[in-house]
Design a protein around this ligand. Structure first.
Ligand SMILES: [Zn+2]
Length: 402
């Protein structure tokens, strides 16, 4: 077998459900995995990487981020801790409106620079594929500007970026008390333009009492379907809106958050094959106490993915391994479930199952080499877990910047 590069002496966690290969190899050819197996079967080649017994996993896939925005919400964090109400924070210039104002004022290049800096930190933590949502522009030009900046991050860093149009994130100030009119704009102008310019790989919405109603969400999904775009949904984060059931009815790729998911929603997601994306960073930052129904999701065999949900308000983290730790600590996932949540199931949440998320012959050679030896060792430390080497399409040029 001809291979461009062979990674040798690795503890290979393929995330396929197969057991760990204690001393294994992965051969890469033309950016794809050519073969994986025990060292005794490793092919000879000129270019070799000696993993020295380290853990080799698929490159992590962060399937839910709000990476494109301008401004900071640090002041708001301080106000919140001192007991300020949501309204007081908004009056002091905080909250999502402040991020929208800053994002609208920023140029595409400025947004690109800010987003690139964040994406580089994700990469340093082992993330080789990232989903990036718009949702802080909230008008036609600004939403498209955010999606363009997101697309450019992929080209600049050589990682895979999947873009999601989240114009239905919040009602912008100029549409205050006229949410339906804003949904008209989303349905009639923003989704068609994003589809025409091929800037969005999916469409998302925030279905919540403080977001959009199920009826408004349905209109957004109908428009997405008309334009051939798959959907995802922020569902059941603060209350049960039966959003997950609605999402499943549209064969959504994923329903995300899900703290208030009911039995009907679990069953609907299982039937539709919709991935449950759990977001422990937001759960932690908001000091939530209601857990997503993990046991019911497991029993119904709904695939569970984990993501950073990086955003400036409620999950300002870029530390993917820390999210695996929190998924274990806060949600009681096993370390194996947490890692599969950041690889195999995350790939499915982005419609990338055929090419990403596991170490199997034929898949893209996106890999991360970790300075530890087991699932548990990857998830056990609280922070400061970073890969020693990241491979993207087999390229070793992506040594993470520490
Ligand atoms: Zn989100």
């Amino acid at each position: 077998m001809r291979a461009d590069i062979v990674i040798r002496n690795a503890r290979v966690l393929a995330c396929t459900g197969a057991p760990l290969i204690e001393s294994g190899f992965v051969a890469v050819r033309d950016g794809r995995i050519a073969a994986v197996g025990p060292m005794a079967e490793a092919p000879a080649t000129e270019r070799n990487v000696d993993a020295e017994g380290r853990l080799l996993t698929p490159g992590l896939i962060d399937c839910h981020t709000h990476l494109v925005y301008a401004g900071s919400r640090a002041l708001e964090f301080e106000l919140r801790l001192s007991g300020a109400s949501y309204e007081e924070i908004a009056r002091a210039g905080g909250g999502i409106a402040s991020t929208v104002t800053a994002t609208r004022a920023a140029s595409e290049d400025e947004l690109l620079a800010a987003t690139l800096a964040r994406a580089r930190v994700l990469l340093a933590h082992g993330v080789t594929t990232v989903e990036i949502k718009s949702g802080y522009g909230l008008d036609l030009a600004s939403e498209l500007k955010c999606l363009r900046a997101a697309r450019r991050v992929g080209h600049e860093l050589g990682i895979d970026v999947r873009t999601t149009l989240l114009a239905a994130h919040a009602v912008p100030p100029e549409f205050k008390a006229r949410a339906d009119a804003y949904v008209d704009l989303i349905v009639n102008e923003i989704i068609p333009a994003a589809a025409r310019e091929k800037l969005a790989d999916a469409v998302d919405a925030f279905c919540e009492t403080i977001g959009f109603t199920p009826a408004q969400t349905r209109r957004v999904f109908d428009a997405a379907r008309t334009h051939g775009l798959p959907v995802k949904l922020h569902a059941e984060q603060f209350s049960n809106q039966r959003g997950a059931t609605l999402a499943a009815a549209f064969n959504a790729l994923s329903a995300d958050h899900l703290e208030y998911l009911d039995d009907e929603g679990v069953a609907a997601m299982a039937r539709a094959g919709t991935v449950a994306v759990l977001l422990p960073g937001a759960f932690y930052c908001l000091r939530e106490t209601t857990l997503p129904p993990i046991d019911k999701l497991r029993a119904a065999r709904v695939p569970i993915a984990i993501a950073t949900d990086h955003n400036p308000g409620t999950s300002p983290t870029l530390d993917a391994p820390l999210m695996m730790n929190m998924a274990c600590t806060l949600f009681r996932l096993t370390p194996a479930e947490a890692l599969e949540g950041f690889t195999r199931h995350a790939a499915r949440a982005l419609g990338l199952s055929m090419t990403h998320g596991t170490i199997e012959a034929g898949k893209q050679a996106d890999l991360a080499l970790w300075p530890c030896d087991s699932f548990a060792a990857l998830c056990y430390p609280v922070g400061a877990v970073r890969p020693t080497q990241v491979f993207k399409r087999g390229s070793v040029g992506l040594a993470p910047a520490h």
